[in-house]
Design a protein around this ligand. Structure first.
Ligand SMILES: [Zn+2]
Length: 469
């Protein structure tokens, strides 16, 4: 599963329809939630009452609601694909199921509460269309840069759609390599976007690395920090990447303050206020887009040049409670970086493991494993009192992480592993004949000491291999 996101260029009429559809999804969700709550309250007195709970029940309930709307003469919902309502019902069913699973301890991750109403002022427009028999298509006759959605028609997009269209074209055996499963339309950062989800084949083998040899040296540790965003080093002490922190938010903070001051000087309800608010939002959106672009570059660099990575476990939510560092930490977006690395690694057959939460990567000497009790953030160099090693703080941490690789692998601390989530020791990756595949790989040895410079050289790679690439 992967998704291709495009920015939409709707006409004025289409934009109205998109807003109606977004509002309809929200209205359907809220109406169903109100129904569930009413039935739950009724059940207090009458145990025979059964609230709609499953996806099936909720879709039936939403269809009943739409028939009521028809009876009242409200025909607006007929302009919108009915699948939008069904998907809103599916979302609520998922929310209810997650709540129950969480209560019964069947769900990991943060705790999930009972679903809440989607407030109009706080919910951006968003709706999903499940693709049925070609109802969602990319490109239209004479219009390659477009998507076709049921009832909404052909909507132009800004980006080139060729990589996706190639995947959707029938191959030599007559069947396309990918299949569209859904389209999610969102109002995001002042633009309408559509994310087309596709079921796609694996990346072309030439773009994947050969199965990593778990026990061999060559693990690479990745240390994330505020001074250097990322430092990667092998267990043998060779630094393979060092990317300085960009501090994009900090750099643009002044411009943001300026726009906020302008906004504060306008009168509520005035046209100048609307314009000033739009300028604040556009500026924020640009900051976010710049950060996202940088993170993709860094993640690609790490994944395309290494075959086995060790990430530290960062409790980012906890770190953000430090008020002195919160802004810088948010700006560095550690958690987003890890998320990108993990999914890109899965595409490329790169093994990613995670160190334990309390593993002291920074405070341990990479030379003799001596552990110091204190290491303030201001101290950029690690000086070992036991063996006298002097080494850059982040490099030391990265080496320590790299040394844990094989052990973490044995402990099954995988974030991403080749072969679709099979642990390499369940189907022995290390014993697979690497030589047979060597001709098809473009893996560069991580410890070749190659100067990994992040920039335009790390071209954005298509998530899916093109035929014959
Ligand atoms: Zn030492």
């Amino acid at each position: 599963m992967t998704a291709f996101t495009y920015t939409l260029k709707p006409t004025a009429g289409q934009e109205t329809l998109l807003r109606t559809a977004g509002g309809a999804a929200r209205a359907a969700y809220n109406t169903l939630l109100a129904l569930v709550k009413t039935r739950l309250a009724e059940r207090e007195t009458n145990p025979d009452v059964r609230p709609p709970w499953t996806k099936f029940d909720l879709i039936n309930a939403v269809n009943a609601w739409r028939r009521d709307l028809d009876a009242q003469g409200a025909v607006w919902h007929r302009t919108i694909p009915s699948i939008v309502f069904e998907e809103a019902a599916a979302d609520l069913a998922y929310g209810l199921a997650s709540f129950v699973d969480c209560r019964k301890g069947r769900r990991s991750g943060p705790s999930v509460g009972f679903p809440v109403f989607k407030k109009k002022s706080r919910t951006p427009y968003r709706f999903r269309i499940r693709a049925q028999k070609g109802s969602v298509a990319v490109g239209a006759p004479g219009r390659p840069r477009a998507v076709r959605l049921p009832r909404l028609g052909v909507i132009g997009v800004r980006e080139d759609t060729r990589p996706l269209r190639r995947l959707l074209r029938p191959g030599l055996d007559g069947t396309p390599r990918a299949r569209i499963t859904a389209a999610t339309v969102r109002w995001r950062r002042g633009r309408w976007t559509v994310a087309v989800s596709v079921e796609a084949p694996d990346l072309h083998p030439s773009l994947q690395c050969s199965p990593p040899e778990v026990e061999a040296p060559g693990w690479v540790g990745v240390d994330r920090g505020l001074v250097a965003l990322t430092v990667a080093a092998t267990d043998e002490g060779v630094e393979t990447a060092r990317i300085p922190a960009e501090r994009i938010y900090r750099r643009r903070e002044e411009g943001l303050a300026l726009r906020h001051r302008r906004l504060a000087r306008t009168l509520p309800g005035s046209r100048r206020r609307v314009r000033a608010l739009r300028q604040v939002r556009e500026y924020q959106a640009r900051t976010a887009a710049m950060r996202e672009h940088k993170l993709h570059e860094v993640a690609n660099l790490l994944v395309n040049n290494h075959d086995r990575l060790v990430l530290e476990h960062l409790h980012v939510a906890g770190m953000l409670t430090n008020r002195r560092l919160a802004k810088s930490l948010s700006d560095a977006a550690f958690a987003s970086l890890a998320r990108l690395v993990v999914y890109k690694a899965a595409w490329r057959g790169v093994l990613v493991v995670e160190a334990e939460r309390w593993f002291a990567s920074s405070k341990t000497c990479s030379g003799c494993d001596h552990r110091v009790s204190e290491l303030p953030l201001s101290q950029r160099e690690f000086c070992c009192p036991a063996c006298g090693l002097r080494i850059d703080r982040d490099l030391n941490a990265a080496i320590n992480l790299a040394k844990q690789g094989a052990r973490l692998c044995r402990l099954h601390r995988f974030l991403s592993c080749p072969g679709g989530g099979h642990h390499p020791d369940s189907g022995p990756a290390s014993s697979r004949p690497g030589d047979q595949r060597a001709t098809r790989t473009r893996r560069r040895r991580p410890n070749s000491g190659e100067a990994a410079v992040c920039g335009s050289s790390t071209a954005r790679t298509s998530p899916i291999a093109l035929p014959g690439a």
